[in-house]
Structure formats: structure tokens, C-alpha cells
Design a binder for this molecule. Structure first.
Ligand code: C5P
Length: 222
């Protein structure tokens, strides 16, 4: 009776965001960018001068903050309490805040129902770290995307260089390895593939081919 769900989990830089949105469009399903929720709470906490080490205030912030996604052409806009925060959400500061608050169990629980509410007909593509393990353990279709740390660093390097942000490849690789370790080793909802997920290593594979393989996991089982 519940709408079908395809979960796409994996580390940052695995191409999850790009792949998930293309697959959602192809299927005509809704799309949940769960990382954007954690980032939005991080940004809202910053706006409200909330200490990232104050769990009860962060939980209140997670319940009280209005977060709205709006498709505008190719862009997915994110509004926090009505204010467009799309650009601020993508900054390293927001990513670091998200990663810190995502380690707090009470914040994760506070966001559970909000994530599950995205499950609407005709279906949902849910992108994150724990979509297949914690949020939608009953999903019919689960994918875990990986890529070597070197390739993820290179993808990120190209993106940032195109934007004119001064970075080094070695510095990015160090950050990616540190973030991986933090996400994989935290006590609550560590990043790991669900036992029933199809793992796809995207190292050296183009976007179209990854989309094709992900769609095949849905259509093969549908
Ligand atoms: O995917 P993205 O880089 O936007 O996620 C930002 C941070 O939010 C991640 O580093 C991770 O710590 C956290 N996150 C999470 N669970 C999710 C999605 C994101 O813990 N489902």
C-alpha cells in the first residue's frame, strides 16, 4: 500500500545527488535530499546562534525550522523559514555543521518523520547515508554508491575549480578521508551499505551508465 522507495546511500562525492535526481526524474518519482535537511538545520542553528554542542536547542531547531524544497528548472531550491538558502547550504561551513549535528542521536530521531513524509505516490528516491538502513529499511530497492577517495577528491576539485574556489587536490583528499572516517565510525547510523543493497562502484564510470545501472535495479525487480 505504501509508495515504493528507492534508497541511494553512499559517501560524499560518490555522485549520489546527481544520480538520484536524474533517476527520480526518469521514474517520475519524488526526491528526498536528506543531506540537505541536516545542512539546513546546521544553517538554521547558525542563524539562531545555537551552539552546535547544545543538543536540546538543536532538537528544538530541528522540529521548529520550516524547510521547503522547490524545483526551479534544473535547480533544487531550499528555503529555510521562507528564505532561499540554496547557496549557503552548499558551503563547507554548512557541510561541517551538518556532519557535527548528524552525530547527535536526538537530532537524527527528530528528523525521522519529516524524512518519511516524503514517501508519496507514485514513489520516492531517497538520497543519504542511512536511507536503506534506518529511515526506509523496508524499501523495495536499495543502492549503495561508492567511488575511490581519489576519484571523489578529483570530482570535487573540478567542481570547485570551475567555481574559482582556491583548493588543492591533496587538501580535498585529506578532507574526504576525514569525513568518511567520521561518518563511518559514529555510534549512531554509521555509513554502511544495507545488507540487501546493490553496491555500484562508480570509479571510472560516466553518469549515464551509473543512471542506467541504478534504473536496472528498479526495473529488474518491478
Ligand atoms: O550528503 P551531504 O554532504 O549533503 O550531507 C551532509 C552531512 O550530513 C554528511 O556529512 C553526513 O554527516 C550527514 N548526513 C547524515 N545522514 C544522511 C544525510 C547526511 O548523517 N542521511
Amino acid at each position: 500500500s505504501a509508495a515504493p522507495v528507492l534508497t541511494i546511500d553512499g559517501p560524499s562525492g560518490s555522485g549520489k545527488g546527481t544520480i538520484s535526481r536524474l533517476v527520480a526524474r526518469e521514474l517520475g518519482w519524488h526526491y528526498l535530499d536528506s543531506g540537505a535537511l541536516y545542512r539546513a538545520i546546521g544553517v538554521a542553528a547558525g542563524w539562531g546562534d545555537i551552539d552546535l554542542a547544545d543538543p536540546s536547542s538543536l532538537v528544538r531547531c530541528a522540529f521548529d525550522t520550516d524547510i521547503t524544497f522547490r524545483e526551479e528548472g534544473d535547480e533544487l531550491l531550499v528555503l529555510i523559514n521562507g528564505t532561499d538558502a540554496t547557496a549557503e547550504l552548499r558551503t563547507e561551513t554548512a557541510g561541517a555543521a551538518a556532519s557535527a549535528i548528524a552525530a547527535i542521536p536526538e537530532v537524527r530521531s527528530a528528523l525521522k518523520d519529516r524524512q518519511r513524509a516524503f514517501r508519496q505516490p507514485p514513489g520516492l528516491v531517497a538520497d543519504g547515508r542511512d536511507m536503506g538502513t534506518v529511515i526506509f529499511p523496508d524499501a523495495a530497492h536499495k543502492v549503495f554508491l561508492t567511488a575511490s577517495a581519489e576519484e571523489r577528491a578529483e570530482r570535487r576539485y573540478k567542481q570547485l575549480k570551475d567555481k574559482g574556489v582556491p583548493v588543492t587536490l591533496a587538501g580535498l583528499l585529506r578532507e574526504i578521508l576525514a569525513r568518511d572516517a567520521r561518518d563511518a565510525n559514529r555510534a549512531v547510523a554509521p555509513l554502511k551499505a544495507a545488507h540487501d543493497a546493490v553496491c555500484i562502484d562508480t570509479t571510472g564510470i560516466g553518469i549515464d551508465e551509473v543512471v542506467r545501472r541504478v534504473l536496472a535495479t528498479v526495473q529488474g525487480k518491478a
